[in-house]
Design a protein around this ligand. Structure first.
Ligand code: GLC
Length: 798
C-alpha cells in the first residue's frame, strides 16, 4: 500500500496514496490515533479531505501538537510526540511505533481493504496485521474466554445472546477491541475504535501476526505507550472514559432469580436473608414484574404496590433493582410503543417499515438508541420507577436479542429466517440491513447497548441529580464503563465457569471495565453446596457480587443447601462487608485512574513469565493476592507468589509466616478457607461485618499493615451515595532498623465518624516503646495499636 505523499497540519499528519490514506494525530500524551483508510476514494470528497468519523467509545479530547520529519534514506517519515514516535514507510504504507527510548513497541506489517461485492448492504473487509514476536503476550480484549494471554485464539466482536454458553464460546455479549502487548516487561496498548463487526486473530492462523479485520471502511486505531501495564490501562481509560464511583449499596451482596414471581417472593427472599443473619443490600426483579413483558409497566396482580414494596425493602436495608429490556411490545394503546412509533424512534427494516421481531414481548420493536432524541426520551421513562423507589436498572437482552422476525403475516425463527440464508443475520439479533436512521445495523449493532446504558445513565442523572445511577448491563462495547456495571450473562453452575470467571473479569478490567461480576454460583444448571461456597468465596472479591439463577433451575439462595454450606457462605458475605472500605477505595481509584479492582499478577511483575501464566489467582487492588480454590474437591492448591514478600492472611484472619516471592507454594485450603496474601508494604482497611451498608464514612476501621521498609496505602471515604464531601486518607510508613514510623495525611472536608482506629502491624516483634497510640498490645503475635481517629503519626521502637 503506497503512501507517497503527506500533508502536515499542527496537530495532524496525513499520508496519501493512490487508493488509501493514513492520518496520525495525538489525542492525549502517550496516545497516538492512526486512521487507516484502505479503500479511500479521493474524488468522493474532493482532494485532501477525510470523512468525519463519529466515535461512540472515545471521550472528546483536543488534539495535541506533533511534528514530522522526512528521512531521505529508506523513504520514511517519522511523526514525533513527546512519548511516542511513529515511523511510516512511504513505499509500503506500514509503520513502526517507538517509545521515547527508541524501543520498538509495535509494528504494522500491512493494511489493506476491499469492498465486498454482492452484499446487500455496504460491507468491507478492512485488515490490519501487527507483528507478533514469539515472546509477546496479548492481554485484554474485553469479555473473552480463554487464558489471560490470548495468544493462539481467534475472536469475533459481535454482541451475542448465547444461552447456554461454554468455556470456549465466542462471541459473547461484549465487544471491546482493546488489548495490551507485553514483551520483556514492556507494555503497550492497541485499540480498534470501530463499532462494526470485527474479528481478531491472535497468532492462531499465523503465529507471527495479530490480524484485525473490520467490516467497515476504515480502521481507526489508537496506540498507547506503557511502560507498565498500569500506564496503558490509565491511558486507555483516559481516552474512553472512567467508571463513575458507584453507590456503596451496589457493592454489597445482591440476590436475584428469574423465577421470583411476585411481591411475596421478594418479601420472602429478604426475610430469608435476615432470618439467617445474612448480609444483603439488593434484590433484583426479573421480567415477571412486567405486565405481559411490556417494559416500563408493572403487573399489578403480582406487584399491586411497587412503592410500598420498595419501602418495606428499604426498612430492612435492601434496595430493589428492576430489569429493563430494550424491546418494546408492538401493541397499539401501550404508551411506550405509541410514542416511539409516532416519533419515529424505532429501528426500521430494509424496506423502510418498522422492524417487528419477537423477544420476551411478542411482537416487539426496538428503539434506536444511536439517536440522541431517542436516548433522551428513554431516559425519562425512568422517572416513574425512580419515584416508586427503585434504586437502579438492569439492562438485559441489549445486544439486542431478537428471537424471531416478522415479515408481513409470517414469523420466522431468527435461525431460519430468509435473512439468514442471505448471510444477513448473525446470532439471534436484528439483520445487518436493519436501519438505524441512515446507518445499517451491521455498523451499529455493537454499540446498541452502549446507547441504551447511556440513555439510562443520563436520564437518571437528570431525574435524580443527588444520587449515583446504578445500571447493570449484559451487552456493551468500549466505553461502557462510563455508564454501567457489567455481568457476564448466562453462565452455568459448572466449576469450569467458576474458573473462567477469573480470566474473564481480569480481561474486562484491563479493558476499562472494572465494575463487573458473574452470576454466583452459576445461572443455568444445578449447583451444590460445595460450589456455592467456593463460588461465593471468589464472589467476595468480584467488584459486583450477585447470586442469580435461571428459571427451572433449583433455587440458589445460601440457605438452600443446608449446613455447613450456609454458615460458610455467611462467612464469605461477612468477609465481603469487612472488605468494603478497601473495595470502595479501589472503586474510587477506578473512577479517577481507570485501574481495575481485580488485577492480574503480571500487572506488577510484567517481566515475570510465571506470573503471566497465572490464570487462577489475581490481585485485589495492588497488594492482596487471592488464590481461591476453583476445582471440585480440592483442598490444597499451588500458588505462585511473584517477587516481594508475602504474608499469608487466609480468610483475612490469623497471619502465617511471611514468604519470599518468586516461588510456588502449596496452600492448604479446606472448604471454608480462602488463601490470601498481603504484599509487604501494603495495607488493607477493613471494617466490621454488617447486614447491609449505610455509609462509607466508616464508624469502625482497622488497618492491616504488612510492615516493610516502605508502606503505602489509601482510603477513600464519603457518604456512600451522592456527590457530597469526601476524605482521602494516605498512609506512608518507613522502617529503618529498629524504628518504624507510620504517618497519616488526609485531603477533603468529610468529618470523621469514629473516635478511634485500630492498627494491626504485621511483621513487628514486641516493641520497647510506642509513641502516638492510645494503647498497644501484642495479640496472636501481632502488634495492635489503638489510635485516635485523627492520628497523624505513630512511631514504634523495637
Ligand atoms: C436473560 C438474562 C438473565 C435473565 C433472563 C430473564 O437470560 O441473561 O439474567 O434472568 O434473561 O430475564
Amino acid at each position: 500500500m503506497r503512501l507517497e505523499d503527506l500533508s502536515v497540519e499542527p496537530t495532524r499528519v496525513t499520508f496519501w496514496g493512490p487508493r488509501a490514506a493514513l492520518q496520525v494525530s495525538c489525542p492525549l500524551p502517550g496516545v497516538l490515533r492512526l486512521r487507516h483508510l484502505p479503500v479511500f476514494q479521493h474524488t468522493a470528497l474532493g482532494p485532501r479531505e477525510l470523512p468525519v468519523k463519529q466515535s461512540w467509545a472515545v471521550v472528546e479530547h483536543p488534539e495535541l501538537p506533533l511534528s514530522v520529519r522526512r528521512e531521505e534514506q529508506g523513504g520514511v517519515a517519522v511523526v514525533v510526540t513527546e512519548a511516542l514516535s511513529l515511523e511510516v514507510s512511504l513505499a509500503r504504507g506500514t509503520w513502526r511505533l517507538l517509545d521515547a527510548a527508541g524501543r520498538e513497541l509495535a509494528r504494522c506489517e500491512a493494511f489493506s481493504g476491499e469492498v465486498m461485492p454482492d452484499y446487500p448492504v455496504d460491507r468491507f473487509r478492512s485488515r490490519l496485521a501487527l507483528h507478533a514476536p514469539p515472546e509477546e503476550a496479548w492481554l485484554g480484549f474485553g469479555e473473552k474466554v480463554g487464558a489471560l494471554d490470548k495468544r493462539g485464539m481467534h475472536f469475533v466482536f459481535w454482541n451475542t445472546d448465547v444461552m447456554p454458553h461454554h468455556p470456549d464460546t465466542d462471541p459473547l455479549y461484549q465487544s471491546i477491541p482493546f488489548c495490551l502487548g507485553l514483551r520483556e516487561g514492556l507494555a503497550w496498548g492497541f485499540f480498534l475504535d470501530e463499532s462494526w463487526r470485527l474479528e481478531v486473530d491472535v497468532g492462531a492462523e499465523d503465529a507471527s501476526l495479530v490480524q484485525w479485520e473490520s467490516s467497515g471502511p476504515e480502521l481507526d486505531t489508537y496506540l498507547f505507550a506503557g511502560p507498565m501495564p498500569e500506564d496503558v490501562v490509565r491511558r486507555y481509560t483516559a481516552l474512553t472514559g472512567r467508571p463513575p464511583l458507584p453507590p456503596l449499596w451496589s457493592l454489597g451482596a445482591q440476590q436475584s432469580r428469574w423465577g421470583y414471581e411476585n411481591a411475596g417472593d421478594i418479601r420472602s427472599v429478604i426475610h430469608g436473608y435476615r432470618a439467617h443473619g445474612l448480609p444483603l443490600d439488593c434484590v433484583y426483579l426479573d421480567i415477571d414484574y412486567m405486565e405481559g413483558y411490556k417494559v416500563w409497566t408493572w403487573d399489578r396482580t403480582r406487584y399491586p404496590d411497587p412503592a410500598g414494596l420498595a419501602r418495606e425493602a428499604a426498612a430492612r436495608g435492601v434496595k430493589l433493582v428492576t430489569i429493563i429490556d430494550p424491546a418494546v411490545k408492538a401493541e397499539p394503546g401501550y404508551r411506550v410503543y405509541d410514542e416511539a412509533l409516532a416519533r419515529d424512534f424505532l429501528v426500521r427494516n430494509d424496506r423502510g417499515s418498522v422492524l417487528i421481531g419477537e423477544v420476551w414481548p411478542k411482537p416487539a420493536t426496538f428503539p434506536d438508541f444511536t439517536r440522541e432524541e431517542v436516548r433522551t426520551w428513554w431516559g425519562r421513562w425512568h422517572q416513574g420507577f425512580l419515584e416508586a423507589g427503585i434504586a437502579g436498572v438492569w439492562n438485559d437482552m441489549n445486544e439486542p436479542a431478537c428471537f424471531s422476525l416478522q415479515n408481513g403475516r409470517e414469523t420466522f425463527d431468527i435461525r431460519t429466517a430468509p435473512a439468514v440464508h442471505l448471510g444477513k443475520v448473525e446470532g439471534p439479533t436484528l439483520p445487518h440491513d436493519a436501519r438505524h436512521g441512515h446507518r445499517r445495523h451491521l455498523e451499529v449493532h455493537n454499540v446498541y447497548a452502549l446507547g441504551m446504558a447511556r440513555a439510562a445513565y443520563e436520564g437518571m442523572r437528570e431525574l435524580a441529580p443527588e444520587r449515583r445511577p446504578f445500571i447493570l448491563t449484559r451487552a456493551g462495547s468500549a466505553g461502557i464503563q462510563r455508564y454501567a456495571a457489567v455481568w457476564t450473562g448466562d453462565n452455568s453452575s459448572y466449576w469450569a465457569h467458576l474458573e473462567l470467571s477469573l480470566t474473564m473479569l481480569l480481561g474486562l478490567g484491563l479493558s476499562g471495565v472494572s465494575f463487573a461480576g458473574v452470576d454466583v454460583p452459576g445461572f443455568l444448571s444445578r449447583a451444590n453446596g460445595e460450589l456455592l461456597v467456593r463460588w461465593t468465596q471468589v464472589g467476595t472479591f468480584y467488584p459486583l457480587m450477585r447470586n442469580h439463577s435461571g428459571k427451572g433451575t433449583p433455587p440458589q439462595e445460601p440457605w438452600r443447601f443446608g449446613e455447613p454450606y450456609l454458615s460458610l457462605t455467611r462467612e464469605c458475605l461477612e468477609r465481603r462487608y469487612r472488605l468494603l472500605p478497601t473495595l470502595y477505595t479501589l472503586s474510587h481509584e477506578a473512577s479517577v485512574e481507570g485501574l481495575p479492582v481485580l488485577r492480574p499478577l503480571v500487572m506488577y511483575a510484567p517481566g515475570d513469565e510465571e506470573a503471566l501464566r497465572v490464570d487462577d489467582a489475581f490481585l485485589f487492588g495492588k497488594d492482596l493476592l487471592v488464590a481461591p480454590v476453583v476445582r471440585q474437591g480440592q483442598t490444597r492448591r499451588l500458588v505462585y507468589l511473584p517477587e516481594g514478600r508475602w504474608l499469608p492472611l487466609f480468610n483475612l484472619g490469623t497471619p502465617g509466616e511471611v514468604l519470599e516471592g518468586g516461588q510456588h507454594v502449596i496452600a492448604v485450603a479446606p472448604l471454608g478457607t480462602v488463601p490470601l496474601w498481603l504484599r509487604a508494604g501494603g495495607a488493607l482497611a477493613l471494617t466490621e461485618p454488617a447486614l447491609h451498608t449505610t455509609s462509607a464514612n466508616w464508624s469502625q476501621l482497622t488497618w492491616h499493615v504488612h510492615v516493610a521498609e516502605r508502606v503505602e496505602a489509601r482510603l477513600y471515604e464519603d457518604a456512600g451515595e451522592g456527590y457530597g464531601e469526601s476524605r482521602l486518607t494516605r498512609l506512608r510508613g518507613e522502617r529503618v532498623g529498629e524504628r518504624f514510623v507510620l504517618e497519616r495525611s488526609t485531603e477533603g472536608s468529610l468529618p470523621l465518624a469514629r473516635d478511634t482506629e485500630t492498627l494491626r502491624l504485621y511483621g513487628l516483634s514486641a516493641p520497647r516503646e510506642v509513641v502516638g497510640a492510645r494503647e498497644h498490645r501484642m495479640r496472636d503475635g501481632v502488634l495492635e495499636l489503638t489510635v485516635d481517629a485523627g492520628w497523624r503519626r505513630v512511631e514504634v521502637l523495637l
